[in-house]
Design a binder for this molecule. Sequence first.
Ligand SMILES: NC(=O)C1=CN([C@@H]2O[C@H](COP(=O)(O)OP(=O)(O)OC[C@H]3O[C@@H](n4cnc5c(N)ncnc54)[C@H](O)[C@@H]3O)[C@@H](O)[C@H]2O)C=CC1
Ligand SMILES: CC(C)CC(=O)C(=O)O
Ligand SMILES: [Mg+2]
Length: 361
Amino acid sequence: MKYKIAVIPGDGIGPEITTQAELVLARLGELFGHEFATTHVLAGGAAIDVFGEPLPDQTIEIAKESDAVLLGAVGGPKWDGMPGHLRPEAGLLKLRKSLNLYANLRPAILYDALKEACPLRADLVEGGLDILVMRELTGGIYFGEKGRREGPNGPEAYDVECYSEMEVERIARAAFEAARNRGRDKKVTSVDKNNVLESSRLWREVVIRVAAEYPDITLEHMFVDNAAMQLVRAPKQFDVILTSNIFGDILSDEASMVTGSIGMLPSASLSSAGMPGVYEPIHGSAPDIAGKDVANPIATILSLSMMMRHAFGLESEAATIDQAVKEVLEAGWRTGDIAKPGERTIGTKEMGRRIIDALKR
Ligand SMILES: NC(=O)C1=CN([C@@H]2O[C@H](COP(=O)(O)OP(=O)(O)OC[C@H]3O[C@@H](n4cnc5c(N)ncnc54)[C@H](O)[C@@H]3O)[C@@H](O)[C@H]2O)C=CC1
Ligand SMILES: CC(C)CC(=O)C(=O)O
Ligand SMILES: [Mg+2]
């Protein structure tokens, strides 16, 4: 079978990690007899350099014609001085909006072999961790009205947090469905700031309404400040965390570190309108380590596993990737971000090669 995949390497470590993921994809295709046909397109700083804008129409068109999109990361100091709407990050937001990718699934799993990379006390993560952050991705403050103006005390700036009932309803439904299908604690923790924000009060009302359709799922509510604390105090209490765009962005970075490193967390950004999903690591372009062959490619490789499952329904192929990653970690191979002090480390390319060698049908 042929699958069309648009690849957006992006900036910084983006090209290094997507290269490894593409090599995994090629080997997986050989093993299972699929043709994964990739087309490279530009977004982010790389697109600004060529086209003068962070998301050219051509990239959106090719993405829309594809079955799935694999993305590295965008952004970097070279483009930091650009006006907001022309920055690399604006291209990523536009891509998410253009494809209506309102549901961002960020699974934070602590692998057995990485227990020691978790900075928390061993008893807090005994038995492992498997949290799904369900982040709303096309609404909220990242997309609200923004601007500069003259205020009573001089120049000021504003960004508006706004959610419609429809936006909350569909992401809540995605979270309850996920909690049901995961078959774990069947619990959704909705994270908001309902004690202060009107948008959070609407969020909570809608979530409670949707919860009535899921009597088998336990719903609890938590303020975001408490959630940030609870994630390091007692992370095992979480099954599915349902939250807004900005809160999910922040909490998923925190959750990633609880599982060892931000270099481990994949994501799937999905729509329900027949658009292709975008599969990408949750981390950024890491300019501090770009071009040094030290970035961990596992988050990107695990994003491919999510692509196999969510875009193509290829469960065995997804399990093959997951198993290969597990075996390589169990064999003790580590990039710098998941290594103990003084432990021998391998680079991006070698980690990719070892995962490819471990792929077995
Ligand atoms: N999805 C995307 O394209 C995202 C883009 N960004 C952009 O990335 C740039 C850098 O942002 P930061 O705040 O530094 O976040 P970042 O996630 O790029 O890096 C944070 C820290 O984690 C490390 N790190 C990240 N990924 C790693 C990996 N795979 N292996 C090992 N270490 C890794 C970095 O070296 C850095 O020390 C900015 O321009 C930002 O706007 C940030 C987040 C997401
Ligand atoms: C441009 C940012 C919103 C990207 C980001 O930090 C993320 O999606 O995690
Ligand atoms: Mg982020």
